[in-house]
Design a binder for this molecule. Structure first.
Ligand code: HEC
Length: 113
């Protein structure tokens, strides 16, 4: 019985940082607030309805962070996104990425038929 309790305790301590890591840095609630600027093109939840604007809902968080940093630095060159990304702080980028990564994408796995 004691051993079981001990194992449970250890497992709890081991699992906590893993869970925290999976969520990643960035505050999705703050991100939702900041995402109002992006909604006109990407849609409120990142599911753009216009094919000229990419759907960013459900995209990997790290991909979004990298894309926004690259637009900001100019490593990825797009006049429209550069304008928006230069206004973003590192924290904004993390918050926005956390938010959009958590949204469900309308994109479906292609039907093999
Ligand atoms: C005026 C329209 C417009 C607004 C507003 C806008 N974007 Fe974009 N966004 C675009 C376009 C167009 C692209 C495609 C650019 C390219 O080809 O690299 C893009 C691309 C992106 C990408 C890369 C997607 C991919 O699949 O690689 C991300 C991430 C992104 N935008 C995030 C944002 C965020 C976050 C905001 C708000 C701070 C925002 N955008 C605001 C038009 C916009």
């Amino acid at each position: 019985m004691k051993t079981t309790a001990f194992i449970t305790l250890i497992a709890t301590f081991l699992a906590a940082p893993i869970a925290a890591h999976a969520a990643g840095p960035g505050d999705a609630v703050a991100g939702q607030e900041k995402a109002q600027t992006c909604a006109a093109c990407h849609g409120a939840d990142g599911n753009s309805e216009n094919p000229i604007y990419p759907i960013i809902a459900g995209q990997y968080r790290d991909y979004l962070v990298q894309a926004l940093r690259d637009y900001r630095s100019g490593a990825r060159n797009n006049a429209i996104m550069r304008g928006f990304a230069t206004a973003l702080s590192d924290e904004d980028i993390l918050d926005l990425s956390a938010y959009f990564a958590q949204q469900e994408s309308v994109l479906k796995t292609p039907d093999p038929e």
